[in-house]
Ligand binder design. Structure first.
Ligand SMILES: Nc1ncnc2c1ncn2[C@@H]1O[C@H](COP(=O)(O)OP(=O)(O)OP(=O)(O)O)[C@@H](O)[C@H]1O
Length: 732
């Protein structure tokens, strides 16, 4: 395969030498493809083959990170292929024909260990885990700065979540360390494998809470040979902005609430701070003036007009010109002038044009949001909230993560800046249902989880007909025949079917009709960006309503995997339940898969952390024994932290976790990672030192949940250092 990839690259170079421009383009394409193949092969260097299945009929498969064939003979089965499923699913209770499962453990190209599970019917009891030796070895390995993949030791319930169907919404829940993040990432690799043409080229988006977290998980997909997934932190979702700082809970609570949308609407229709407040013109010897009040009234009229017609501010300059001209005309005295002539004359003047540009400038989201820094200008916020908001911007030249959903919202509300007119769409596109800037208004047939097949009519967000349970979910042809009958009743004949999306972004089927239905023009005419087809959201429990809207915009035409744990919810506006969270994401129903077993925390640490777990949430069953836990009351915190770091074994990953302000103080004192509690979500270390739990709890409304997150990061050892009394739940 390496030789083939190299040959492909050489062929590209040969063609470039042989011909003109076209040859160069071809070379780039070939060399690019060859490089991608070589990259994938390099990624597989460690543990290319990691499993073997022996079946009761004498058949043997080898399982690997990618499929390899020798002519037509399969040498190695890709772990994602259906044939590899028994590797992760077979148990002695349900052996699926497997008599022996072997995990082959390699270091570089050398086999260093084998781990066998013998699955015979006379084996008493069920296996607790798959490949126990290999799993324990993986869990005992010390943690590095990046997460490693778990492809050799995926457990049964994790496999079920990884291989869940792509369509619809899949919710994956489980306590800390149950492998939610791992499952989410392996699922992305699985989806790419099952439908590469659909999902390749950045059509899958993975969103994590912070860029520390996305950096930590960034190596997993490349190590699985996949590099076409977009991985973004919440603060990186808006083009041109990279936000890493979080606001205080008080500020986040204001910026995250749903009503902020209305505040932004008010803000963007206000007069910009730079807008002139007087217009003076001399026309046919008459001095015409518009003062502050006239201009305020005119602005109000422009807004009313635009809101009535759905025109966005950035497309409203013609409306603004018309209103200004009309207001000016009423200032002229009497019937001396023709109204149209007057408007044409004035509109042509340079001074009018310059005024208009200053009075109704093109707006960008960052420009409008920066007006929030001036308390007096905020409409729709109570005085206290306005003061807190304005304060949050003082002395801060950068945007916070909590500003990003507001910028995203504004981008939608303001509309595109006016651009040059676009060439008309070619005829063939009229048949195509795209989810970009234009959409053919036609019927869509999709399969809901609850109601079976649903048929949507043009422009209707709710189905016009439900097939109910009478049509088998798998029998697409039967469902299509049913839909064709309904569509015929509506007066249209179906010729064939194409892939598309229903109004909720779920995958569906679009009928090609004998008579085309009208084409809906899109609001903006920016070049169509390819929409995401699957969005994976990690740490979803923390999404504020405004963040939910930002994700929903990106997942409008996508199926989703939503991963979270309400026990770790720390955002002051975090949803209280999955249905509420799904609602924020603009989705309706979901299949839920639960991961019950914790692989990170040793039992002693898990039991201790459970004491601060919010009521009503079931604790996670911990798979691991061992681990050390130490709780120390100290006099001198700085000295104690330095001492605790000294006592931790070398060659391991260590983190000190403290409140944001304490972390700043401690960072220069030790040469290990000092991580603010607000950024530690999703990360893990061999040894963790948690500093002053009482302060972590006191720092925010959901401080106990934050402490729970901090206490659940350690793989091997947890040290708690406190000067103040411990929070009540940890006291005895
Ligand atoms: N099947 C497995 N084989 C080997 N290691 C595993 C397996 N499942 C999980 N792990 C390990 O357990 C640790 C926790 O996994 P992960 O971070 O995905 O959990 P999580 O549920 O997302 O946790 P949190 O909610 O705290 O973010 C990781 O080190 C991961 O590699």
């Amino acid at each position: 395969m390496r030789a083939q990839a190299n040959a492909l690259a050489s062929e590209g170079h040969r063609r470039a030498r042989a011909s003109s421009i076209a040859g160069l383009v071809e070379r780039d394409a070939l060399v690019h493809r060859a490089a991608a193949q070589l990259r994938a092969l390099d990624a597989e260097a460690e543990g290319l083959v990691f499993g073997r299945l022996d079946f009761d009929d004498g058949e043997t498969y080898h399982i690997g990170r990618l499929g390899v064939r020798d002519n037509q003979e399969p040498l190695l089965v890709d772990w994602r292929a259906p044939a590899a499923e028994p590797f992760y699913r077979a148990t002695s209770g349900d052996p699926l024909g497997v008599v022996r499962r072997r995990v082959i453990i390699c270091r570089g190209p050398k086999v260093v260990a084998l781990d066998d599970d013998v699955l015979s019917p006379d084996h008493v009891g069920d296996l607790r885990v798959l490949g126990e030796g290999a799993l324990l070895a993986a869990l005992r390995r010390s943690r590095g700065p990046h997460m490693r993949d778990i492809v050799t030791t995926i457990q049964r319930e994790q496999d079920a979540a990884i291989r869940a169907p792509a369509r619809g919404v899949t919710v994956i829940t489980g306590g800390p360390g149950t492998g939610k993040t791992q499952v989410a990432l392996h699922r992305a690799a699985y989806l790419l494998y099952t439908d590469r043409t659909r999902f390749t080229g950045g059509r899958i988006l993975v969103v994590g809470p912070s860029n520390v977290f996305t950096d930590y998980i960034s190596r997993v997909l490349p190590s699985l040979g996949e590099d076409s997934v977009h991985l973004r932190a919440l603060g990186e979702l808006v083009e041109g902005v990279t936000a890493t700082r979080r606001d205080s809970p008080e500020v986040a609570q204001i910026k995250g609430r749903d009503s902020m949308r209305q505040v932004l609407v008010e803000l963007m229709w206000q007069a910009p701070p730079t807008a002139p407040d007087r217009l003076r013109l001399v026309y046919a010897g008459q001095v015409l003036t518009l003062d502050v009040d006239d201009l305020a009234k005119a602005r109000r009229r422009v807004r009313d007009k635009c809101e009535a017609t759905g025109t966005m501010p950035n497309a409203a300059r013609p409306a603004a010109a018309a209103v200004l001209l009309d207001t000016l005309w009423t200032k002229t005295d009497g019937p001396h002038f023709d109204r149209h002539l007057f408007a044409d004359d004035v509109a042509d003047r340079g001074e009018f044009h310059r005024f208009l540009q200053a009075w109704w400038p093109a707006l960008t989201p960052t420009k409008v949001l920066s007006w929030l820094a001036e308390t007096a200008r905020v409409v729709g916020l109570d005085a206290r909230a306005a003061e807190v908001l304005a304060g949050s911007y003082h002395g801060r030249p950068d945007w916070s993560v909590d500003d990003v959903p507001l910028l995203d919202e504004l981008a939608e509300l303001l509309g595109e800046l006016p651009a040059a007119p676009k060439a008309p769409e070619p005829e063939w596109r009229l048949r195509e249902l795209t989810s970009g800037t234009r959409r053919v208004a036609t019927f869509v047939l999709s399969c809901g989880l609850r109601d079976g097949w649903e048929l949507y009519a043009p422009g209707h967000p709710t189905p016009i007909a439900l097939a109910g349970p009478t049509i088998d979910n798998d029998a697409i042809a039967a469902a299509q025949r049913w839909a064709e009958t309904v569509i015929l009743r509506e007066g249209h004949r179906v010729i064939s079917w194409a892939d598309g999306f229903d109004p909720h972004g779920e995958e569906g089927y679009v009928p090609v009709l004998a008579e085309p239905l009208p084409v809906e023009e899109a609001d903006d005419d920016s070049p169509a960006e390819e929409p995401y087809l699957h969005v994976i959201l990690d740490e979803a429990q923390d999404l504020s309503p405004m963040e939910g809207r930002m994700i929903a915009r990106r997942a409008e035409f996508a199926s989703m995997t939503v991963v979270g744990d309400f026990g770790q919810a720390t955002h002051p506006l975090a949803a209280g339940s999955w249905p509420q969270l799904l609602n924020r994401l603009g989705k309706r129903e979901a299949r839920t898969l639960e991961l019950p077993t914790g692989y990170r925390l040793p039992k002693a640490i898990a039991d201790y952390a459970t004491r601060v777990l919010a009521p009503g949430i079931a604790p996670t069953r911990s798979y691991r024994s061992g681990g050390t836990l130490s709780v120390r009351q100290v006099d001198d915190m700085h000295a104690a932290v330095q001492e605790a770091v000294r006592q931790t074994p070398g060659e391991t990953s260590i983190a000190v976790i403290a409140t944001d302000s304490a972390a700043e103080e401690l960072a220069p004192l030790v040469d290990v990672a000092v991580v603010p509690a607000s950024l530690v979500k999703g990360l893990e270390y061999d040894h963790v030192i948690v500093v002053e739990p009482a302060d972590i709890v006191a720092a925010e409304p959901r401080g106990l949940n934050r402490l729970y997150v901090a206490l659940t990061r350690a793989v091997a050892g947890l040290v708690i250092l406190h000067q103040k009394a411990l929070p009540a739940a940890l006291r005895d």
